[in-house]
Design a binder for this molecule. Sequence first.
Ligand code: DGI
Ligand code: FE
Ligand code: FE
Length: 194
Amino acid sequence: MNLWADREKLLAQVRAQMNQKRYDHTLGVADAARTLAERYGADPDKAELAGILHDYCKCWPVEKMREILVRHDMPRELIDGDKELWHAFVGAVVIQTELGVTDPEILQAVRYHTTGREGMSLLEKVVCVADYIEPNRSFPGVDEIRRLAEKNLDEALAFALGGTITHLVERKKQVYPLTLLAYNDLVRKGGNGW
Ligand code: DGI
Ligand code: FE
Ligand code: FE
């Protein structure tokens, strides 16, 4: 499928994978990602497309996701980790194999949209922050992330990931190593400049 030429077909395909609430969120992320891309100099079309695709597998049954993770030799720590993380890694595989997405930047943006990682690309940051701030989101601290996202993308992402880490620790849940690496990397590069 030519993803942009068949935009309506792509949206219908995405819609078919999820409930209405998740689809509304998806469209919100696509829109927020385009806006952030325009603000920070990423490719707006790629950002929007990555937003449309980022939660493609979010509503899939866990057994179907587990099977794909095992088949693709994903790390043990992911398979043994929180299932909330699976949809991002599975999504990157599935949009490539089933939708024919080949752009590595888009695939990486989908793969790392939940955990983040050290040395994130601009597009990865854009999609990750868009996922936190799209208009349907409401959680403590979201308005601060929205405010920071207007002036400094790295600062917004560090603050957002910091909030997620705190949230997980408060609930005695494990924190995936890539999330800590992403957070440390952003804070280190931010120096005392924020
Ligand atoms: O898929 P969404 O709900 O739109 O958002 P997401 O892909 O960022 O998933 C966030 C969920 O993942 C949230 O409930 C927190 C959970 N989670 C569990 N372990 C980790 C984690 N998120 C991060 N970033 N790091 C973790 O280790
Ligand atoms: Fe997600
Ligand atoms: Fe999302």
